[in-house]
Structure formats: structure tokens, C-alpha cells
Design a protein around this ligand. Sequence first.
Ligand code: UT7
Length: 329
Amino acid sequence: MQKIHAAITAVNGYVPEYVLTNHELETMVDTNDEWITTRTGIKERRILKGEGLATSDMAVPAVQGLLEKRGISAEEIDLIIFCTSTPDMVFPATANLLAHKIGAKKAWGFDLQAACSGFVFGLTTGAQFIESGKHQKVLVVGGDKMSSIVNYEDRTTCIIFGDGCGAALLEPNYEGYGVIDSICKSDGSGGQYLNLKAGGSLKPASYATIDAKEHYAYQEGQTVFKFAVTNMADVAAEVMERNSLSSEDIAWLVPHQANKRIIDATANRTGVSADKVMINIHRYGNTTNGTIPLCLWEWESKLKKGDNVILAAFGGGFTWGALYLKWAY
Ligand code: UT7
């Protein structure tokens, strides 16, 4: 029997309307457009405004649009993997809340926490359920309301992050299209450099954790940069080498959008030319789990059946990984 591959059969995304520009940030912290642009490549990012709105509220329109494109109902979904670092609540899983909101009554689901590598890890995980024959429709969602954990008085982090969410549907393919290979890695010794210190079982919320601003994302930027710039590039090159792919074979490189300089380093290391690299960091900043599906959504009309696509990511944990897929439609 022909091997079952897990193919992406639809993608969609959602970004909130509110645009937080570098110029507005200049009025909030001691920074400037020139610094942000040259150090990160970011010009603006989206922010989810409004009381009572959470990460799942960005996933709802993203997934509903995806289902409409694919022409299927939410009840056909078997499994939802929600990749996020900003779940609506610590528990229950945002995947469950999303299933309820969209009416995915037959789906089970769970959240996947791998910081910025979440979507690569999520696709890798979801693909297993398709390849094994267990499921027919697996929804992989990647999104974050980063503004809920960003300190807008800290210029070293508030200029980077934005809110957004994307989703991809995985279905079986018998013609060799879909996820071909992936490499996922992690190293917990990096946890100290990028984290959210309080609110977990280690440091439950208290007046002291609030006073110490420990409910905000913490990052030692330079250290994270050094690990990200080499590991993301290396793992992308590794998955290409393992599958005997040269830069000419690659139609699209889809890097996590953390910093334009890290994206450029990954493109250089893999030899993929700039015109084949999906980049939207200038408009959305780093949406953590959202960056890669938002790129796929925005480039969907340019992707062609059979295109060799490499996804690559690096994030808190540390986590990093790359995935090779043949675009299926
Ligand atoms: O997505 C998951 C993984 N995360 C990443 O991959 C992020 C990796 N890190 C980075 O992208 C970069 O390290 C940052 C964008 C966070 C920072 O860029 P950098 O080139 O590493 O800057 P730096 O931290 O070395 O700071 C350089 C200078 C410092 O001033 P002094 O000490 O040289 O006087 C900072 O205080 O820039 C200063 N600075 C700023 N200046 C204006 C830091 N933030 C700002 C700011 N505006 N927003």
C-alpha cells in the first residue's frame, strides 16, 4: 500500500485590526524607528484590543475561514492541536475552548507548548496521527496574544512581539505530497534565557511576583540571538541535507519571524535566495506560534502543488526544528 503522507490541505490566518507602529512605541518607551528597523526588521505589529478577548478569539476566525475554504464543517475535525504560549487559561486547554467555540463536537485536542517552535512541533505531531491512519482531519493552530505577557515599559521586549494566529488542516495524501520529514530538538538549559517566571507551579501568582514584574516575558536578547542564529540555520540545512535537497530544489523557505537578521542567516546558510523566503516580520513582528502559519496564509496563492517547502523555527526552551513538506495543492 502507498505510504500515507500528512498533507496541508488548507491554511488561514487572522491578525487583529489594531496596528502598533514603531512611531507609537517611540511615545511609550525610549526607542526609535531606526533602532527597531535595523536591529529587528519590524515596522509594526498587531495588538488584540478589547475586554475579554483571548488567543482563542483570534483562532475562531482563522479556523472558520479555513473550514469555509476547504468546504468542510467543524464536526469533521478529529483532533485539534493548539500551539500557543499564551493559552486563554492555564487549564483547560485552549484547544478544548476553541473546539467548543467553533462547534468541533467530535474533536479531541490538546495544547502544545514549545514557544516559537510550536507550529513546527505541532505539524510534526499532527502528521503522526494522519500517517498512522488514526485520523483523517487534524487541525494544527498556532497563535499567541503576546500583548498579554509583554511589559510595555520594557523596550527590550515590547518592540518585538505582536498578536496573531494561523491554522493549517492536515489530511491524508496517497500521492507523496505533504510532510516528508522533520527534525525537532530541545535543550532545557536554555530555559533561563527566555521565559515567563511566574504563574506556574514554581512561582504561583502573588503580590511579590506582580511587584517583580514576573508575569511578563523575560528575554536575554543577545544570548537567545546567538543560539537562534546558528541553531535555526543549522537545523534547516540538516533537514535539506538529509533529503538530498539543494537550494535550487527549494521553492520556499518559511522561517519563524523573530528577527530579520536571524531570517537572513538561515537563508544564507541554506543558500535559498531572498525571493524565495517568506518574510512578513515588518508588518506583524514576532507572533510566536503564529509566525509560520501566518506566512503560509499570506503566501498561499503563490504556493504551487509539488513545491518543496522548508519550515524552520527557534524558540524558548530552547526549542528548534525544521520540517520539509511537498505542497499538496
Ligand atoms: O522568537 C524566539 C526567540 N527570540 C529571538 O530569536 C530573539 C533574539 N534576540 C534578538 O532578536 C535581539 O537580541 C534583540 C532584537 C532582542 C536585541 O537586539 P541586539 O542587537 O541583541 O541588541 P542588544 O540587546 O545587544 O542591545 C544593544 C543596545 C543596548 O545599549 P548599550 O548597552 O549598547 O548602550 C541596549 O540597551 O541597544 C539598546 N536597546 C535599545 N535601544 C533602543 C535595547 N533595546 C532597545 C530599543 N531601542 N528598543
